[in-house]
Design a protein around this ligand. Structure first.
Ligand code: ATP
Length: 240
């Protein structure tokens, strides 16, 4: 039996007259790394925002369940308590707090002080640059460093489901490599991941399953490895 962590059914989102998402179905099972790929403006970010209840006022239809429970719109502050963490496009770090404070904020639902300190040290080991700059304000970090911090902060709550929006965007290749290494590791540790990415090749190489989104609709879905080898995907998204 498939063990759904996330299930989206018939999701439609319209911003005024713009139909950004046109009735999509998508599910992510426990332990899976699922990627949602597609061109600019396909509706990927809108889909993630519908999950987290962070859409601007607009018309939303359909259902989204997380661990079998309907997610209520506009309850984003409760998500971390439910172990659903999101790293938004543009990272969303607390720019006027230090790196160390950002990491501690990620653990605000926990009260195991020793465990929190151990996790902070773990992330400093994974991302030594964050350790070197632990007292520095997050707003002064480079884009790649902010991405590292945003991911580490999201993981401080020990999420069941991690949502990532375009983690590679605007990063130097070496940073992208590091971020994807961490995404794979996180997945291997059993955290369920939904990854929105424009870099289809990297995303398909890392993922178990994939969905392709075009103009608000899911046009293809399947095993990520099969999609990497699919001529239609290669022509449209892999530049081959
Ligand atoms: P990108 O990779 O560029 O972020 P995306 O696949 O995530 O693209 P969305 O950001 O979800 O796409 O946008 C889907 C469509 O909805 C686009 O046509 C976009 O212009 C429109 N849209 C997004 N946000 C808003 C908004 N707040 N108001 C009006 N239209 C919006």
């Amino acid at each position: 039996m498939a063990d759904n962590v996330l299930k989206i059914s018939g999701l439609k989102v319209a911003y005024g007259g713009i139909k950004a998402v046109k009735g999509i179905d998508l599910e992510v099972n426990r332990g899976e790394l699922v990627t949602l790929i597609g061109a600019n403006g396909a509706g990927k970010t809108t889909t993630l925002k519908a999950i987290t209840g962070t859409l601007p006022p607009c018309k939303v239809e359909g259902t989204i369940t997380y661990l079998g429970q309907a997610l209520n719109a506009n309850k984003s502050f409760k998500l971390v308590e439910q172990k659903l963490a999101m790293v938004p496009e543009g990272r969303g770090v607390f720019t006027r707090m230090t790196i160390h404070e950002n990491l501690l904020m990620g653990a605000y639902t926990r009260n195991d002080k020793a465990g929190i300190e151990a996790d902070v040290e773990k992330w400093y080991t994974v991302f030594p640059r964050l350790k070197e700059r632990s007292g520095q304000l997050a707003g002064t970090l480079s884009g790649g460093e902010q991405q590292m911090l945003a991911m580490a902060r999201a993981l401080m709550c020990h999420p069941t489901l991690l949502l990532l929006d375009e983690p590679s965007m605007g990063l130097a290749p070496i940073m992208v490599e590091k971020i994807f290494e961490v995404i794979r590791d996180v997945s291997k540790q059993g955290i369920t991941v939904l990854l929105v990415e424009q870099n289809a090749k990297l995303a398909l190489q890392a993922a178990h399953r994939a969905y392709v989104m075009e103009s608000g609709a899911i046009t293809m879905t399947g095993n990520a490895q099969d999609m990497l080898n699919d001529p239609r995907v290669q022509a449209a998204y892999l530049g081959e």
